[in-house]
Design a protein around this ligand. Structure first.
Ligand code: BGC
Ligand code: ZN
Length: 370
């Protein structure tokens, strides 16, 4: 069976021949891969900074953003049927009986760090013709999202981030509680970065009623600024607006959703977080490099302004369900914007340039089959 992976020992990104997977337990389903999205994580794995094959394998099959169609179900599968479209989640729990999060299906908070992640860490991914997994690791996708649901996994990062925001900020009167109004009504959000995670994050912010600004490098107009302004957010470029000027323009910044993976810009914006504000980190920069910052000022702000700085990684099943629901909503409200996020669909043969070449576009997708 065709598959695309890394062979770390040879430092190769290559097509590998992988054994066709079979169902081996009564709760599993078998899926034929339709679409696989490519993200910064995949491209970084292809530089061999991280990404680890399963214990018994020389290679790691890539791909963690996938959409597939169910081709077989085992005897005890109850919810999912042959022919359904499904999206798989990424992280699988550790085996430690004392890991409370993993034992409660919250491996996104795994306390031992012995989880594995499909396509990333010690577990093969979805850049392959077929894959098998347990029913509980899949989320049903309605047919109208056939050409959009590959965006579900990157959207889960924002969904989990925002659900964390609501639960953290329930410590004070912050969210709008007026009936009929979204919880973000009257609040202002700044999204840093205009890649797929940033754009999808901004869509979630707008949907939740935040007055939303996206702060990113390229001067406008550009493809991303056009998409962003078409769904009601405001695009601001770092090229002509400093973080202080951004804050002046926005007013008090209630929420920052970081989706750029660059610490310098992030901490510069953090200096301007508003009273009672919350700053959510989602980016994973390379570990090297130092930053000097106005630590005293930052610490004063955090204390005197009751601020929260929080990191969030991966997503739980509820966030996957929220992502599918909101993709449906985006598809109804902003069909063109959603369509434009997926820049192009490529055949498998293009994997090398997509993963290691110069990449253009917003979200590139490998179409494994129709
Ligand atoms: C994925 C997450 C994963 C993280 C760290 C991201 O690209 O979307 O699911 O937890 O990488 O490996
Ligand atoms: Zn990803």
């Amino acid at each position: 069976m065709r598959a695309v992976g890394i062979v770390p020992r040879q430092r190769h990104v290559a097509e590998v021949r992988h054994e066709h997977p079979e169902i081996v337990s009564p709760t599993q389903i078998k899926v034929r891969t339709l679409d696989v999205g490519i993200c910064g994580t995949d491209r970084e794995i292809c530089t061999f900074v991280y990404g680890e094959p399963p214990a018994n394998s020389e290679y790691l099959i890539l791909g963690h953003e996938a959409l597939g169609i169910v081709v077989d179900v085992a005897a005890e599968v109850t919810q999912i049927k042959i022919g359904d479209l499904v999206v798989p989640s990424v992280r699988r729990p550790c085996a430690d009986p004392n890991c409370r999060p993993c034992r409660m299906d919250r491996q996104d908070f795994c306390a031992t760090w012995k989880f594995n992640e499909r396509g990333i860490h010690q577990h093969h991914g979805f850049m392959t013709e077929f894959f098998v997994d347990d029913e509980k690791n899949f989320i049903f996708v309605p047919p109208e999202l056939r050409y959009r649901a590959v965006l579900a996994e990157p959207l889960t990062i924002a969904e989990k981030g925002l659900s964390q925001v609501w639960s953290i900020q329930s410590r004070l009167p912050w969210a709008c509680d007026q009936p009929g109004k979204p919880k973000g009504d009257g609040l202002r959000a700044v999204v840093i970065g205009a890649g797929p995670i940033g754009i999808l994050g901004a869509m979630v912010c707008v949907l939740n009623g935040f007055d939303t600004y996206v702060y990113s490098r390229s001067p406008k107009p550009n493809e991303k600024s056009e998409i962003i302004e078409s769904f009601g957010a405001t695009y601001v470029s770092t090229a002509d607006t400093s973080p202080a000027e951004l804050a002046d323009r926005v007013g008090s910044i209630d929420l920052v959703y970081e989706a750029v993976g660059v610490s310098k810009t992030s901490f510069e914006v953090m200096m301007h977080l508003g009273i009672n504000g919350i700053f959510v980190f989602t980016g994973i920069p390379a570990p090297e490099g130092n930053l000097s910052l106005a630590g005293n000022q930052l610490m004063r702000n955090i204390v005197l302004k009751n601020q929260v700085i929080v990191g969030t990684v991966n997503a739980d099943k509820a966030s996957f369900c929220d992502a599918i629901r909101d993709l449906g909503e985006f598809h109804r409200r902003w069909p063109q914007a959603l369509e434009r996020i997926i820049s192009a669909r490529y055949p498998v043969e293009k994997f090398q340039e997509l993963l290691t070449g110069k990449m253009t576009g917003i979200k590139n997708v490998i179409a494994f089959s129709e």
